[in-house]
Write a protein that binds this ligand. Sequence first.
Ligand SMILES: Cc1ncc(COP(=O)(O)O)c(C=O)c1O
Length: 515
Amino acid sequence: MHNKPRFTVPRPVTYKLSVKNAGKILKKYRGFLSKKDLGKILSLSLANPGKDLETVTEKFLEKKYSIDKIETLLESANKSYYTHKDIMKKLGISRSRFYFRLNYIKRFVIKKKFEWILKKGGLTKLPHDATDMRRITGLLKNKPLERKILLNPGPVLTSLGVKNALVQNDICHRDEDFEILMKRLKRNSLRIFDADENYSVVFISGSGTAGMEAAISSTIPSDKKILVLANGAFGERLYEIAKLHKLKTVLMRKEWGELFDITEVEDALKADKDIFAIAMNHHETSVGILNPINKVGRLARKYDKMFIVDGISSVGGEPLSVRNDNIDVCITSANKCLHGFSGMNLICVNNRVWKLIENVEPRSFYLDLKKYQKYSTQLNQTPYTPAVAVFFALDQAIRELLEKGMKKRWLRYIELNSILKYELSRLGFQFFTNYDCQSHAILTVKIPEYVDFKQFYSEIKKAGFIIYPCKPPLAEKYFQIANMGELRRGMIYDFIFTVEKTLDKMRKEKARRRK
Ligand SMILES: Cc1ncc(COP(=O)(O)O)c(C=O)c1O
């Protein structure tokens, strides 16, 4: 019988790869790549000490599976929505061949997972000090709560760098150390809103709703009106805040997910000269649609109205420009598309607003926007004790975002969202929103008839993923899957496999019960 040579890891001398690390990779990669393949990769790498491990690996995998072509097509499919059939036709391959290759992509998402494993094994350079990162992962391992992949619309998964930034030596918010942090945050935050020197950003500790309340309650003179556009839960929240503060309010209410008619908005502005400001959401998260802030912004400029936008679930994840969209006040929070921790609002304000609201009496003690602006410009501080640790983490999250580039994140969201849409429709799911204006950060998915959502949720949670129930009136029929946060493609595919398995199980259970 022919004896195959057995693979053994040679003793490392000057090689980058040590036996210890090889063992680590082998352990982590088990289940993704066969032992034999891994052996080949390792021996290739050791035979070519000049070449780095990643290049050798990629070359090997590409040669073996030739997945590049399909991956490129799948990526373009994210934009133009190809079906599997289209891709087969384009590649000129049979159905079985296509699924054979696709399975490889899905099972491994080869390059990405390998990159991840290399990073986890500490073989490639980490963006932060590797010892710090190991310490953080070590600490997390000993925590009572298991790590879950969050597919809910915030709080989101944060990077190790952001987690690391959360723990600092304690500082006082009235000390220069805090002011240095605040100055950098103010400067960097302007960039995420695409603002220039005509704008400033203030920071208010609290959840996103605190930011909404500060913006609305601080800006409307008592003899003027606010026009609120609502087509979902968060538009309704803007209205409730205005009502609670006893503002004179004109409400343009649509069914959840229904689009606004711009002519109707213009007619409302023409009809009532007392309207001083317009308020709306950019991303109406409760249904997953993007509202046309650019069109409404143009109207606001034309009729000289203040334009307040809730960008809580879009800033960072979707293109938005306070300058080009004529936004005067834009609210966002740290824990959604910025990938920071919860507990902090960023409110970007056009400097012209301060003059316009000079005489508006505060309606809230804590949420008085003017007070935050005064402390920010004069002292680089906040009027009350802020969530200092969350500030540090936000600073890191924004730096990571700017370092990689905002465009990259938008594209990442488009990619992950399209994979979800594509794969879930393959599994037979339907969606709430079918418009062109669907956001790229969340999907509102119909619960199949045979599925008991409570059971579905807990099965999915058991497998390590958190999904999100819809708010009433959609709660009975729909749920949501968000792709905000530090998510990787592999996690999304793992989630899809879990859904597929869970549905299968539930279908079988139902059939058994029928018998
Ligand atoms: C668009 C939008 N506005 C406001 C909020 C409220 O934010 P928070 O729950 O942090 O108060 C959310 C939360 O999901 C949101 O998506």
